[in-house]
Design a protein around this ligand. Structure first.
Ligand SMILES: NC(=O)c1ccc[n+]([C@@H]2O[C@H](COP(=O)([O-])OP(=O)(O)OC[C@H]3O[C@@H](n4cnc5c(N)ncnc54)[C@H](OP(=O)(O)O)[C@@H]3O)[C@@H](O)[C@H]2O)c1
Length: 350
């Protein structure tokens, strides 16, 4: 494909969708974004996929649809998660089927290309997206991402599924459209909600930059149409950072910013095993912390599984070393959340 393509990016106001939209536009494509609430730019439309009809401006044909829309919260019920992540995908597939069937695919080389963004963690606790039981996953988010992949594999004659692990900002300066998900962690370090790092300091913490994803998506959109479901996995593989390296980097970035902004340095946290956490820290927290602190501490439990990954993800596309990007992204988070970043953590006295 050489000519400019008309491409729709769902979830275009999000951390990943924003980067994908800009990369495709910079490559000369005619890119439009859709998201639940729409965005400020003229090509950003409000469309709550799965519960609303698309606006007239988003009528096909499209050369490609890049599906980045998702609700990445881990604490939804299974029903909510299905509604947030699987039902919209089902609706999108139906819309594409109708469009490719009725509106003609002239110049579209056999219908709309679909690139679906998934997660390396969609393989849950078993290393596979095939189990249907929520028990096989760390949380309902993973379970719903796995269900999405199964749906695509069953129903789509041609689709690119792209998995990747934790997302940081641009390699140049750490910018992200939205600092959600993982950025709960630097916030918690600054407020003192995290008294210890529960996990294995030698475990893998695989991370990619939005640049890695956006460039990969551009290549897919411009490349050959896959026969069936084609899976690619971005990441560092066995070269991914270890938990201790990543946390040293995070602390260094936060303390660098704090020193420049008159806040005392954060101290490194001890590593504790899940067993120690559950038997010692958690009972203490229940007894001594107020409700807001306890909520954060309990939420932190959800991270245990992510800091204990001892088998690296197998990456089909290895990304460049990521620690400098992690550093820049954390610093950039601090710059854009100064009130939280300069907080003095409340000490834990177990
Ligand atoms: N961030 C990570 O660390 C990470 C890691 C692995 C995989 N992923 C995957 O990467 C993709 C993008 O995630 P992200 O981090 O960019 O998420 P995000 O920052 O939370 O953004 C989510 C985007 O999806 C939109 N959205 C959600 N539900 C929608 C719906 N039903 N219809 C239309 N738009 C909807 C949101 O719109 P509003 O802003 O209007 O609500 C927003 O634009 C997801 O598939 C996620 O599973 C992310």
């Amino acid at each position: 494909m050489t000519a400019a393509a008309r491409v729709l990016v769902t979830g275009a106001t999000g951390a990943v969708g924003g980067a994908v939209l800009r990369r495709l536009a910079a490559a000369g494509h005619d890119v439009h974004g859709a998201s639940s609430n729409g965005g400020p730019a003229p090509n950003q439309w409000a469309w709550r996929v799965g519960s609303e009809e698309p606006p007239e401006a988003l009528r096909g044909p499209w050369h490609a649809v890049v599906h980045c829309a998702a609700d990445t919260r881990w604490n939804l019920s299974a029903v909510e998660s299905e509604r947030a992540n699987v039902a919209p995908l089902r609706a999108l597939l139906k819309w594409l089927d109708g469009m490719d069937g009725s509106e003609g695919t002239d110049g579209m080389d056999g219908g709309t290309r679909l690139v679906h963004l998934s997660s390396s963690y969609a393989t849950g606790l078993t290393g596979s997206v095939l189990p249907t039981s929520p028990e096989a996953y760390r949380n309902t988010y993973e379970w719903s991402k796995a269900a999405g992949e199964r749906l695509l594999t069953a129903e789509r004659a041609s689709v690119d599924i792209v998995r990747f692990p934790i997302v940081m900002g641009t390699r140049r300066d750490g910018f992200l459209d939205r600092y959600s998900g993982f950025f709960w962690l630097p916030s918690s370090l600054c407020t003192g909600a995290v008294p210890a790092l529960v996990g294995d300091e030698n475990a893998y913490l695989d991370i990619v930059s939005t640049d890695d994803i956006a460039e990969h998506v551009r290549e897919l959109v411009e490349g050959d149409r896959p026969a069936g479901a084609r899976l690619t996995v971005l990441g560092g593989g066995d070269g991914a950072p270890r938990v201790a390296e990543a946390f040293d980097t995070i602390l260094d970035a936060l303390n660098g910013w704090r020193a420049e902004n008159g806040a005392p340095a954060l101290q490194p946290l001890p590593y504790v095993s899940g067993r120690q956490w559950n038997r010692f820290y958690l009972p203490f927290a229940r007894e001594h912390l107020d409700r807001a602190q306890l909520t954060r501490v309990t939420a932190f439990q959800a991270y245990q599984g992510y800091l204990s990954v001892t088998e690296p993800f197998e990456a089909t596309h290895r990304v460049d070393p990521i620690l400098p990007t992690l550093h820049r992204s954390i610093r950039r988070w601090a710059e854009s959340h100064p009130a939280t970043a300069r907080r003095v953590p409340r000490p834990w006295r177990p």
